[in-house]
Design a protein around this ligand. Structure first.
Ligand code: T4K
Length: 359
């Protein structure tokens, strides 16, 4: 290992500190810290241009972005989602007074299995909320066809999806709304942050109002809103980090490939399959033959101060203290056997080779 510093599953990609503080000087001079200030607007415009997005409404975190998407579409009822995700997908559904209904996953892509969605549709179903797991695009065409057939809304949880593409466009462009995350652990970060992306101008304006207590331009209250605003300080970090976004994206791909070539052929290991569009390779998940094998490798890595993470374990449908029991055997099985290995900008090739040697 390069030195005795621990290696975590990820570390934030950060611009040089001076580039961030330079932007902060302007914040200090203006004294505008929040409320859709100039840096928030600049961040939104520059990132939209970079990713080719029609709209991009930044918010305070990815969980709020999901809640705002549900609020903006005025959904009340059952939302079909995946159990193989972070709890935020499901807590957002619950916080908005809707009921999560779990659809099992494709064991290869780790995304919701579209062939299993229709059997779960009832007269209470209002939407589908798939997750582009680890940046791997869902089968967007199949999901859209089901949504059109049954008159359902689609909200993509694109928390991991900045940098992924589908049919030559940013993956964030799909669905009625995509909610993404700009959390410290994400490919592009604002420390805490997120965004709602929609091509529908009316919904986009509504999201902006919801973000700001429900005010319209004349400060009348026209929506049931809340505070979802991003601050100028967070936007400054986003602008500074954006300059390095292309390099970070490319770096992930190269490191992902290093892992794959080092681990390919080892018995009992599988990798996530990209079947639709292009992934951003923002995580490196490995699927073991058994949980026992996973625990053995994890313990060995931990002994060397390497801390991979069991994303996503357990399968969210099994959180029995907050959810009615629903069975999703594939997700439950994969959850027990999957481990995300360290993957981030500062991780060196030597680090990757040492991790590979542990297997
Ligand atoms: N939907 C999906 C599918 C998601 O995965 C998430 C979040 C959301 C929605 C909600 O988005 P946000 O509301 O969070 O914007 C992390 C993140 O907190 C969470 O954002 C993320 N998904 C989830 C998959 O992972 P933890 O509990 O694993 O994070 P933590 O703090 O243990 O960080 C992991 C490693 O990263 C640490 O071992 C060290 C490193 N780290 C972390 C932080 C926060 C740093 O080096 N610096 C840092 O500041 O949840």
């Amino acid at each position: 290992m390069t030195d005795s510093k621990p290696i975590f599953v990820t570390m934030p990609s950060l611009a040089p500190l001076e580039e961030f503080t330079e932007l902060l000087k302007g914040v200090w001079e203006r004294g505008i810290l929040t409320h859709n200030g100039p840096l928030v607007q600049r961040f939104e415009n520059e990132l939209s241009q970079k990713l080719g997005l029609t709209n991009f409404v930044s918010v305070s975190n990815g969980t709020i972005a999901l809640q705002m998407a549900i609020k903006a579409l005025e959904l009340k009822g059952e939302i079909i989602t995946t159990p193989f995700t972070w709890i935020a997908t499901v807590s957002a559904i619950k916080w908005e007074g809707c009921t999560p209904v779990f659809c099992d996953i494709d064991p290869e892509t780790l995304n919701i299995d579209p062939s299993k969605i229709e059997a779960l549709i009832t007269d209470k179903t209002v939407a589908i909320m798939p997750v582009h797991v680890f940046g791997n695009p869902c089968d967007v065409d199949a999901i859209e066809a089901i949504a059109i057939k049954h008159n359902l809304k689609v909200i993509y949880d694109g928390a991991h999806a900045i940098g992924s593409t589908y049919n030559g466009k940013s993956l964030l462009e799909y669905g009625d709304i995509t909610a993404t995350s700009l959390h410290a652990t994400k490919l592009l970060n604002t420390a805490e942050g997120g965004a709602c992306i929609t091509n529908n101008t009316e919904i986009n304006e509504k999201i902006k109002r919801i973000r700001f207590f429900g005010h319209d331009d004349s400060k009348d209250i026209v929506e049931d809103g809340f505070n979802g605003k991003m601050t100028e300080v967070h936007a400054a970090l986003g602008i500074a980090n954006m300059k390095y976004y292309d390099e970070v994206l490319e770096d992930r791909k190269l490191k992902y490939q290093k892992y794959v070539s080092g681990l390919t052929g080892l018995q009992g290991l599988q990798f996530q399959k990209v079947k639709h569009g292009n992934s951003n390779y923002s995580y490196f998940p490995v699927i073991f033959d058994s949980e026992e094998q996973l625990l053995k490798v994890e313990a060995e890595l931990n002994m060397n101060k390497i801390f991979p993470r069991r994303y996503f374990y357990p399968s969210v449908n099994t959180y029995s203290k907050i959810l009615e029991p629903q069975s999703c055997p594939i997700s439950e099985d994969i959850s027990r056997r999957i481990l995300c290995l360290p993957l981030y900008w500062e991780l060196t090739s030597d680090d990757i080779y040492s991790i590979i040697k542990t297997f």
